[in-house]
Ligand binder design. Sequence first.
Ligand SMILES: *Cc1c(COP(=O)(O)O)cnc(C)c1O
Length: 397
Amino acid sequence: MKQENKKNKYEPDARGFYGDFGGAFIPEMLQHNIDELLNSYRLIINDTSFREEYELLLSDYAGRPSPLYYAKRLSERYGTCIYLKREDLNHTGSHKINNALGQVLLAERMGKKRIIAETGAGQHGVATATVCALRGLECIVYMGACDVARQAPNVARMEMLGAKVVPVNSGNKTLKDATNEAIRDWIAHPADTYYVIGSVVGPHPYPEMVAMFQSVISEEIKAQLLQKTGRDYPDAVIACVGGGSNAAGAFVNYIDNDKVRLYGAEGGGKGADTSLTAATMAVGTTGILHGSMILLMQDKYGQITEPYSISAGLDYPGVGPLHSHLHRTGRAEYMPVNDDEALAAALLTTRLEGIIPALESAHALALLERIRFNPDEIVVVNLSGRGDKDMETYLQK
Ligand SMILES: *Cc1c(COP(=O)(O)O)cnc(C)c1O
């Protein structure tokens, strides 16, 4: 959250562009909402009492700082020095709570009483519903009807937390369609409603704002590494990339340090050369989705192609503007990881470390098989979430 950490050349320009990507390509009817958000965001995040309240909740409610754990047996296995950043130990089981807390507190200060969100796997919906329960706010979560059916435990959690889950029956009935519905709701209720976006996507200022709320991840890694190794940076950081928020959080304080290699693992599905993939960097082209110029999966007519990954949190058809830019400039390297590789990595981490990772995070762990590291190198893998929600998938295999 510290402002001085954010001054790097990868911060977007005043219009929200990271190089060729980003911006706010929105219908005129949303202009007022976006202007209001942009102005309030700039004022409120610099307010000391806001920062204190947010940081107190991060520590006492979400359980931060999350540990940076030296994974001895994984390190032996891969012949290098591996640390896991334990976002899986956060309240609600992933990094999503960092952002949900930040945005809901912001909404409160803007005087908004009604919170809406979209969710795919349900993790962002659960995090948002959790913070709304904490603050006594109305919460409506849009979710594709397909996802409502396949993510029943998270739907139940959201409902128990008092949120209203609205199944969306348009399109393919998944995340993209839920997002369209949330945007429609926001246009219809500009005065009292705040839209909590769950990743570093959407129109400016969302990508910047979500990256800022997640930047606590690499801020902590710096302090923890310094204490453990005498150096505040690793040789490499690895994170999985759906929309890109946990990766943004893990990368952002290292983007300006060329000594740190940055690796992103995308949902390769059945293979980036098949139609069953979510590997946007591998197969995507430039286009506009949900208000932002990004790399996305589309056909030659500009119609979005349906993404597929075994992990519901990675099957978004685009990737946020910061990552699109880091990919284009070569600052970070992104690789598709297929379903079977992720499953193998999940089992290995479970058996060697006693940690059952989320399927999304297992994609990041799988890159340890692909990339060769030297014995004296330090590698940080961002363990974005825990695997409880994925037990059904793990047991089927
Ligand atoms: C949502 C989710 C992701 C993917 O979202 P990003 O915005 O790319 O971080 C990854 N891991 C877990 C555990 C998630 O819940």
